[in-house]
Design a protein around this ligand. Structure first.
Ligand code: ADP
Ligand code: MG
Length: 319
């Protein structure tokens, strides 16, 4: 199978046909129209075999996740998904593997109306890089720098599930399917992110753990925060681990949750709750922004948890 057959058979028609794509896969460049009074929100993520996923991971899951992480970034800005590009480095042109990868990528593309408009295909160690492009009315994007003292800190979904699944897989323990799904098929909170435009003062998606990612909001906004750990939304298995070990690192510093963390003035919280109910997306207030810098984590017994090493950092520990 030649490179061009591979592109034609698996990547030329992914996602819905969109009027804003004048030219998609097949020429030297794609030609795209940004609607008047909109900004283009752009984000890129690389997933490398052995670092971001197990080399023998189901290729459909790799296809799904490589797009999901970008969609989660768009959600965190309140941007509407429009287009994607895909750089694929493959050790071999294995039709079964590529077909399954492409199906996973296509299913998520269809769900969010995002069209694959180009890419690059090379031979080499397995890695997948996806760029996403989203649209947002000028000035409406929700950035990290708008949190103000008194704002409630909210999170969607539950925290630490993907981290627990990863611990299980690394330890060679059977991982229950619902947890494994959270690691391999994360659901980007696109609808919630869009609905929070005009409500949230600051927002980020949780890819490296709540403590570290909230820390980015605090730094960008020049504020501090207090988290009430008793209020963290936890699945039963994660709650059990904490119960047994007194260790809060799963919800605070494990990666791959792809939930949204955002800040809202208390007066807007009712509005947030009703739209969360409308979207069937659980949202929980878990703390408050303070003027004093630093992050305080209040334990259920009233004590304070000291955090060292918040979040995953690829360069923090040299291999
Ligand atoms: P060029 O040599 O001009 O860079 P390529 O041969 O790399 O062109 O790609 C041919 C066309 O196929 C281009 O439109 C490119 O965007 C598209 N393409 C290549 N690889 C992929 C891929 N993995 N997914 C989607 N489109 C791709
Ligand atoms: Mg090329």
């Amino acid at each position: 199978m030649s490179e061009f057959e591979l592109i034609r058979d698996f990547f030329a028609d992914i996602g819905p046909v969109r009027a804003d794509v004048a030219l998609g896969v097949g020429d030297d460049c794609a030609l795209l129209t940004v609607p008047p009074a909109h900004e283009l929100a752009v984000s890129l993520d690389a997933l490398v075999a052995g670092i971001h996923f197990f080399p023998d991971c189901d290729p459909a899951a790799i296809g799904h996740k490589s797009l999901a992480v970008g969609l989660s970034d768009l959600a965190a800005m309140g941007a509407e998904p429009a287009w994607s590009t895909l750089a694929l480095t493959l050790p071999a042109a294995d039709r079964d593997w590529i077909g399954s990868f492409s199906a996973g990528f296509a299913a998520l593309s269809a769900r969010y109306g995002i069209r694959l408009i180009g890419g690059d295909t090379t031979r080499g160690p397995l890695s997948v890089t996806v760029q996403v492009h989203g649209l947002v009315p000028v000035g409406a994007a929700v950035r990290r720098n708008g949190a103000r003292p008194g704002d409630l800190i909210c999170v969607s979904g539950t925290l630490g599930d993907a981290g627990l699944a990863l611990c299980g897989l690394l330890a060679g323990i059977e991982v229950e399917p619902a947890l494994r799904q959270r690691l391999e098929y994360p659901t980007p909170r696109v609808e919630l992110g869009l609905a929070l435009r005009g409500l949230a003062t600051a927002m980020i998606d949780l890819s490296d753990g709540l403590a570290g990612d909230l820390g980015h909001i605090l730094t960008a906004s020049g504020v501090g925060a207090e988290l009430d750990l008793a209020r963290l939304p936890l699945s039963l298995p994660v709650a059990e681990v904490i119960e047994q070990t007194d260790d809060w690192s799963l919800p605070l510093s494990s990666g791959d949750d792809y939930e949204l963390c955002f800040c809202v003035p208390p007066g807007r919280f009712d509005a947030v709750q009703s739209l969360a109910a409308e979207l069937s997306c659980p949202v929980r207030a878990v703390g408050r922004i303070r003027a004093e810098p630093g992050l305080i984590c209040r334990l259920p017994d009233g004590g304070i948890l000291t955090i060292n090493g918040a979040g995953y950092d690829h360069f923090a520990v040299q291999p």
